[in-house]
Design a binder for this molecule. Structure first.
Ligand SMILES: [Zn+2]
Length: 296
């Protein structure tokens, strides 16, 4: 009986790609397209998973690892309605002050140091992508760098009062607002350098987003940033501290980075944290400084 055998087959066959479902055991890798295996689940024992409120009651977030490019990612933020997607965007303003200041200093130092290494002129146009509370943006302007900034919304107007004069020059607020740009309004090849501190890991569609960002940089310009570096994790991946931030969904590997660079038409290198680049700001062993350069 043909119908029975077809039904039997569908019950016993291994489950393959079903994007958007929590139960698929394999899904296409978000960077190279190879079939990535489900590696583990995480549940919201301590904190509710961000997407759990609009998923089935027994939802557990599935994480996948690509056998070809080593990318680690989860699919919890895929195929959401715009309203659901908005709920997954945690503004960085909930982070501890010390962490935010550290990131601001790190991004400012990293930008200034890499500009020198790659011989970008001092007045190069910089775009702080995902500026959040605006500390690095403020520090760059305070140090006469030609910085602009973008984010989903302006947060720094509200958050500025949390920071003392030693970290934030409040007189620069009008200039910061003048230099804030919705990302869609940033013209192609209009920037010399785009910086992303702890932003990449929030991209559910990493190749598309990095291509859009790289398009805003002129030939010879740089896209730089910091993010998690899954190749460097020694403990079981499930226990990696970087997964504790529930809005992180894409975890970079060296091979995935090479593919992203190719897709963006850039050269690139992943560097471990180093005082030469990030000063004494304490980047962990499982984070990287990435540098992409668009060839001249
Ligand atoms: Zn892959």
């Amino acid at each position: 009986m043909p119908f029975a055998s077809a039904a039997q087959e569908s019950n016993t066959a291994p489950r393959t790609a079903r994007p958007g479902t929590a139960s698929a055991s394999t899904v296409p890798c978000k960077v190279c397209g190879a079939m990535a295996q489900r590696s583990f689940h995480r549940t919201g024992k301590r904190q509710l998973l961000l997407e759990a409120s609009f998923k089935p009651a027994d939802y557990k977030r599935p994480y996948y690892r690509c056998p070809k490019c080593d990318l680690l990612f989860h699919t919890g933020f895929d195929n959401l309605t715009p309203e659901e997607e908005a709920q997954t965007k945690l503004p960085g303003i909930n982070n501890k002050t010390k962490e935010i200041v550290n990131r601001g200093v790190r991004e400012t130092l990293m930008t200034a140091n890499l500009m020198q290494m790659f011989k970008l002129p001092l007045r190069s146009k910089i775009l702080v992508f995902g500026c959040g509370a605006g500390l690095s943006f403020n520090m760059m302007l305070d140090n006469k760098l030609n910085a602009y900034a973008t984010d989903l919304s302006v947060q720094f107007q509200k958050t500025a009062k949390r920071y003392g004069a030693e970290h934030f020059n409040h007189a620069l607020l009008p200039e910061m607002l003048r230099r804030f740009r919705p990302f869609d309004s940033v013209a192609e090849q209009s920037m010399d350098l785009v910086t992303l501190t702890e932003v990449f890991e929030h991209f559910p569609n990493p190749v598309e987003m990095m291509q859009r960002i790289a398009a805003t940089v002129r030939p010879g310009g740089l896209v730089i940033g910091t993010t998690g570096w899954v190749d460097r994790v020694k403990e079981p991946l499930h226990d990696w501290w970087y997964l504790r931030c529930l809005s992180h969904c894409t975890f970079l590997s060296s091979k995935a980075f090479q593919r992203i660079c190719r897709a963006c038409g850039c050269l690139g290198v992943l560097l471990p944290g180093s005082p030469m680049i990030t000063g004494q700001t304490g980047i962990s062993d499982t984070q990287t400084v990435f540098v992409m350069q668009k060839p001249l």
